[in-house]
Structure formats: structure tokens, C-alpha cells
Design a protein around this ligand. Structure first.
Ligand SMILES: [Zn+2]
Length: 187
């Protein structure tokens, strides 16, 4: 089964929960709650500054923060980081006990922020760019080859009233089909 990333790397969706058999984006109100929550959350957080950059620079120097490219954790308690700070996050997750917080989503983001704010960082050259799956319920899965749907077309087919009701704009989201296999939780 193919996994898709939408807008940000990190969260991955079973393709069939997002698209129907003909490759059409499913109506958002027919999606499972978890999928819907993540999509809605993605619409909110896409384009946000990296959390780690923000901890360094703050609102007063927001222009120095890089845009987040990756999302980990659970909706509302997610960590979003830029490519550079992903290594710090992964080091924390794998080597500094971060993975233990995956079962406590409400503590997940704060635990990372505390660690980062205390001045902790990944060692220089830490090769952290291999993804981990922070979803505690995630099942390792295999991916297949599927055709890339046109995002613009898919979004045009969505019901505007549904999107308005959710108060979100999904039109800026990119959908990437990810052909890599999901990594096991590295705990
Ligand atoms: Zn950053």
C-alpha cells in the first residue's frame, strides 16, 4: 500500500484513506477522524517557522527562522522543524529518550522544546536524515507505485463548503507520493 506525504514530510497517510480507487481525493468529511485531523492541522501549520529556529530567534527575529519542512508527533502537539534542525530532533528522539514520549502525545512537543532550549543539539555530522515514525500506532507498511494525481484538480473537486466549514485553506498543500518504506519505530 502506498504512503503519501502531504505538504510536509513526516506524517504519512495510507493512500487509500486519502484517495478513492479512481485517484480522486475523498471528501474530507468522509475521511477517518485521524486523517481529517492531520489534514486540517497540516493546512494550519504548513508555512510555519521551524520550532527550533523559533526557540532561537523568537518572534522578534522571526525573519531569521526557516520554514518548517518536516512534522513529527500528533496533531496539536506536533513538532515542526526545518531541514537543518531535523537532525537535532531525530537525535533527541533516538538517543535522548524522545521516543519514550511518543506514547504521551501531550508531552511530546514540550519535551523536545525543553531539551532544545537547554542547549542540547545533535553532534556535528549526526546523520539524522533517515525518517522515524512518531505515530505510536503506526504499522510498518510497504509501498507501491502509483500515479501522481494533480493536486490542483483534486482540490477543485473538493466541496468548498466543506473546506469553509473547517475554516481552512487546503489549496497551498503539496501532495508527495513517497515510495520509501516506512521505518520501524527506532526505540
Ligand atoms: Zn530550524
Amino acid at each position: 500500500m502506498a504512503k503519501v506525504s502531504i505538504a510536509l514530510r513526516g506524517w504519512r497517510f495510507d493512500e487509500e484513506t486519502v484517495f478513492d480507487d479512481s485517484g480522486e481525493l475523498r471528501p474530507i468529511d468522509e475521511m477517518e477522524q485521524d486523517t481529517r485531523e492531520r489534514l486540517v492541522r497540516l493546512a494550519v501549520i504548513t508555512g510555519n517557522p521551524c520550532d527550533a529556529c523559533w526557540l532561537i530567534h523568537g518572534d522578534e527575529n522571526i525573519e531569521q527562522c526557516k520554514v518548517a519542512r518536516v512534522v513529527y508527533g500528533e496533531p496539536l502537539h506536533e513538532v515542526v522543524v526545518c531541514d537543518r534542525h531535523e537532525a537535532d530532533f531525530l537525535y533527541w528522539f533516538r538517543e535522548e529518550g524522545g521516543a519514550a514520549h511518543a506514547d504521551e502525545p501531550s508531552e511530546f512537543d514540550e519535551a523536545f522544546y525543553d531539551w532544545f532550549e537547554a542547549g542540547n543539539r545533535a553532534p556535528d555530522g549526526y546523520g539524522g536524515l533517515e525518517h522515524v515514525d512518531t505515530d505510536p500506532d503506526a504499522v510498518p507498511d510497504h509501498s507501491g507505485t502509483v500515479e501522481m494525481p494533480s493536486l490542483e484538480e483534486e482540490l477543485e473537486r473538493m466541496d468548498d463548503e466543506e473546506l469553509d466549514a473547517l475554516g481552512v485553506d487546503l489549496s497551498d498543500l503539496d501532495i508527495d507520493l513517497d515510495s520509501e518504506e516506512v521505518d520501524d519505530l527506532d526505540v
